[in-house]
Each structure stands twice: as structure tokens, then as C-alpha cells.
Ligand binder design. Structure first.
Ligand SMILES: [Ca+2]
Length: 221
């Protein structure tokens, strides 16, 4: 930039500085929210988690700018449940589908960190499950925005409950019921000592009913 000869050099610098400031101001403020960010992450204690045990999820939401609304929807695996008062999460609502809806009446200052607890299904027979969470928020500019908590999804390693796994194939299925029924009719002898669920040293009706109940609670597999 050329400074007029009659202008002292320091005024030219001030003018340039002001122009630079206006330039930066124009970028960052037009519109102001365009440069604002929101990032969310969630994590679990490391290792495998036993079927039926409690699981604490830690969530962190970091944002810039101003939010007028903040919430999060968490997709729980089938048969898992929310443990009330298990963490420091704000208001939690359980939706009709069993998923969690966490929301703040007034968005807290960034970064937002909180924990919530869930219970793994006592009949969980999968080695791994997934939890996904969506942060829903509104800026003063309007319109609901969505950000997935990372990693998306969050993988949970599970040491499954394999009670009723008569054939020892690592899953509880109708094949196991059939083995019990065959045992009842005398056409097969049970292959695993853990197959006596009721503790009467016999494999019988209780075992068949247990496995069928379990399959029904798991949603049928
Ligand atoms: Ca089996």
C-alpha cells in the first residue's frame, strides 16, 4: 500500500492495521456462527465388560460460539437399560424405543463433560455391541444441527453370558433347545456339564424353558 507523501509513516501503518482488523472482523462475523465448531467424543473404561454389569460412558462436548439449546440422543443396544442417577448427566428421558435423550435446559459452558451409566443385558450373548450418540444443538442463527459423538459407533467388548449354550459353540440358540429336548427323549446325552442350569443335576424342562425365555428376551435369534 502506498502512503501519501504528506502522511507521516506511522499513520499509514495505523491505517493498514485498521484495514486488516476490519478484514478479519468481516470474515469472522459474516456470519459469526459460520466459523463456530462443536465436537463430541465418548469413551468407556477399557477391557471387556461382563454381561449384566454396569457400564459408565464418559462424554465430552466442546464448542465455540453460543448455543441456545443442547441435547444428545443415545442409541442403546437391544435389552440394555439406563441406570438412573448413575452419573452426573443432566435430565435424561427414556424414549419409547428405550434409547436415551439427554438434554440441558440451559446449555453449560464449553467444554461439557458428563457421565451416564447403563446396564448391559444380563442375557447378552454377543461378543461386541455398539453405542452411538448424536449431539443435537441450536445456535442463535436458528436451525437444529447434529454432530455424531466420536468414535461413531463406540464399540463395547463383552464377555457374554453363555448359560444355556449346550453345544458349546459360543452362542445360545434354538440348536441348544433342541439338544435339551433330545436329551429329554433320550436320543442324546448333553455334552457340557454347565448345561444343568437349575442345579438338579439333570437336564430337563427347566433348561429348555430357560433357553427359550432367553431367546425370547433377546428378540429371537
Ligand atoms: Ca449353542
Amino acid at each position: 500500500m502506498k502512503t501519501p507523501a504528506s502522511t507521516p509513516p506511522n499513520l499509514g501503518k495505523i491505517f493498514f492495521g485498521m484495514m486488516f482488523f476490519l478484514f478479519v472482523f468481516a470474515i469472522s462475523d459474516n456470519p459469526a456462527w459460520a466459523n463456530d465448531t462443536l465436537a463430541a467424543s465418548h469413551s468407556l473404561p477399557s477391557g471387556t465388560h461382563a454381561s449384566g454389569s454396569e457400564l459408565t460412558v464418559t462424554t465430552r462436548i466442546e464448542y465455540t460460539g453460543t448455543l441456545i439449546s443442547l441435547g444428545m440422543a443415545v442409541n442403546l443396544p437391544y435389552g440394555w437399560s439406563y441406570v438412573p442417577d448413575g452419573g452426573d448427566a443432566p435430565d435424561v428421558r427414556i424414549s419409547d424405543t428405550g434409547d436415551l435423550e439427554i438434554f440441558w435446559l440451559a446449555p453449560p459452558i464449553s467444554p461439557v463433560e458428563f457421565e451416564y451409566k447403563m446396564r448391559i443385558s444380563g442375557l447378552e450373548s454377543n461378543l461386541s455391541r455398539q453405542i452411538s450418540a448424536r449431539v443435537l444443538y441450536i445456535r442463535s442463527s436458528g436451525g437444529e444441527l447434529v454432530a455424531a459423538a466420536q468414535p461413531d459407533p463406540l464399540h463395547v467388548s463383552i464377555s457374554p453370558d453363555l448359560t444355556g449354550d449346550m453345544d458349546g459353540d459360543g452362542s445360545v440358540s434354538l440348536a441348544d433347545v433342541i439338544i435339551v429336548l433330545k436329551t429329554l427323549t433320550g436320543t442324546e446325552t448333553v455334552v457340557k456339564s454347565e448345561s444343568d442350569i437349575s442345579g438338579d443335576n439333570q437336564t430337563g424342562n427347566e433348561e429348555a424353558v430357560y433357553i427359550l425365555k432367553r431367546l425370547a428376551m433377546e428378540g429371537g435369534e
